[in-house]
Design a protein around this ligand. Sequence first.
Ligand code: FCB
Length: 459
Amino acid sequence: MDTTSARPSSLPRFPRNFLWGVSTSAQQIEGAVGEGGRGRSAWDVFAGEGGRIKDGSDPGVAVDHYHRYREDVGLLRELGVGAYRFSVAWPRVVPDGSGAVNAAGLDFYDRLVDALLAAGVEPLPTLFHWDTPQALEEHGGWLRRETAEHFAAYADAVAARLGDRVRRWITLNEPAELTLLGYGIGQHAPGRQLVFDALPAAHHQLLGHGLAVQALRARGAESIGIANSHGPTWRASDEEADAAAADLYDLLLNRLFAEPLLLGRYPDEGLAAMLPGPVAEDLKVISQPLDWYGINYYQPTVVGAPEPGGSGGPTDFGGVRIPSELPFAPREIEGYPRTDFGWPVVPEALTELLLTFRERYGASLPPVMITENGCAYNGLDDHERIAFLDGHLRALHEAMAAGVDVRGYFVWSLMDNFEWAEGYARRFGLVHIDYATLARTPKASFRWLRDALRDQARG
Ligand code: FCB
């Protein structure tokens, strides 16, 4: 492996016990979808429908982490991270989503956890990162309350096997994106276009989180968090219609998922009344104290009212079809560099987001971890990714200096992978994957982060 430094790091100093890590998810890296007794996931089926994934690919092999996990753990050791955030595939552990547990599925995570611990890397599993078992999806998936209960039973099975070695857990990844993209507009699996009728999927995921927290605690879990996606919403203008549209977007993307967890209530009574109940009882389960709160941050969004006199048909925004019946419209953000995905690079919005959270939730906000942050760029000499990470770490440090209690930071992602509806074209990795050979090659950003972490460790 190349030992030359990409560039000396001059990052500000983070606290000694700050947790540095990288993130991945099962559906995006494991492959081996038909092996070891794994059941089908909603994403396996969605990708197989044709026309759903931009490059026509599927996650069947992905980066073959299932067979190459030892090599990947070696990369983590070389990188020098303190923790590795991965996800456990529900359909690998409970192939039908409910009922029989597949011991061979648990064996895989057992081996992975042991390999991580032997490498001195803390395993930080996420129990659900969008790979709903297809058997449950066929009955409505997260639109149904039973799915939350099945999720808790699955969480119990995983904790029973790994709980002797795993200290920290994450229940869900980004329930907001699954609700909006999966059930609301159909860009992601399961491809439903229910618009506001997707809201029960939000409530049931939050309930599933709460029930899983109970199951994990009963198994002695020391530390539990969630990974929610958040970003500042900027108003397109001060006009009343734009302000109202932006506030609604902020409510749906940020407050709808933070407030039940942190404050034990939904941010709007009219909205709570649209949810399947018993909502007040469920909120008690949902709002059990968390040890920390995970935030996935990528970008801010500028939002305004739908353009009057528009065509009335759906609009295309960053490749996502936005249905015309939504009462808000995202607008392009001008004046910032963009990643290969077209996402604006706005590190200062991370500082703003964290300050907003502290202001909104005060003492109800537990310590924060940034559970995902990263960017899509092609190429091995990925100096743009270095600049992105450098800028976001400085922005994070600024929020910490202003008093926000942040305990960790995880880069998305360790390696290039299956980027959902985009397929393999968007490369978020610190490690490059050659999809013809599945060879792993560390990029310049990998060496930069490795050196930065060594530097931080020197104190
Ligand atoms: C997040 C997802 C993650 C990855 C990044 C780019 O929304 O949690 O799986 O796709 O975006």
